[in-house]
Design a protein around this ligand. Structure first.
Ligand SMILES: [Cu+2]
Length: 119
């Protein structure tokens, strides 16, 4: 689609400087296509337990339990995340800005782990 538009732009006689700007916008637009992934906290598990993400993507953690409280957090070298106590039905969001592999734990259920791989 981009190639087609460039061909069309050349036929229309657009200045080369404008073409350079259009080319430069390509990757910028691609990086704006961040996504939101929903993760369920239910039965003392995260669902899913592994996620592959790109920088800029967001995770929404949803407490799907009827009565259990969850408390998601990350302890990493470069940043920390703490969602606080999440009552049933409540959500917490986390936008990934750092590349690397991180583990989202639960302060209430030590066995709950979600590994995220951010590229
Ligand atoms: Cu929990």
């Amino acid at each position: 689609m981009v190639i087609y538009n460039l061909h069309r732009a050349v036929r229309l006689g657009l200045p080369i400087t404008l073409l350079a700007v259009l080319l430069a916008l390509g990757p910028a637009q691609a990086s704006l296509s961040s996504i939101v992934r929903i993760v369920l906290q239910k039965g003392r598990h995260y669902d899913p337990t592994d996620l592959f993400l790109h920088r800029g993507d967001t995770i929404t953690l949803v407490n799907g339990d009827d009565s259990a409280i969850h408390h998601a957090f990350i302890e990493a070298d470069r940043f920390a995340f703490d969602a606080g106590d999440q009552e049933p039905g409540k959500q917490a969001t986390l936008t990934l800005k750092e590349p690397g592999d991180f583990i989202i734990q639960c302060g209430i259920h030590p066995k709950m782990k979600l590994t995220i791989h951010v590229h």
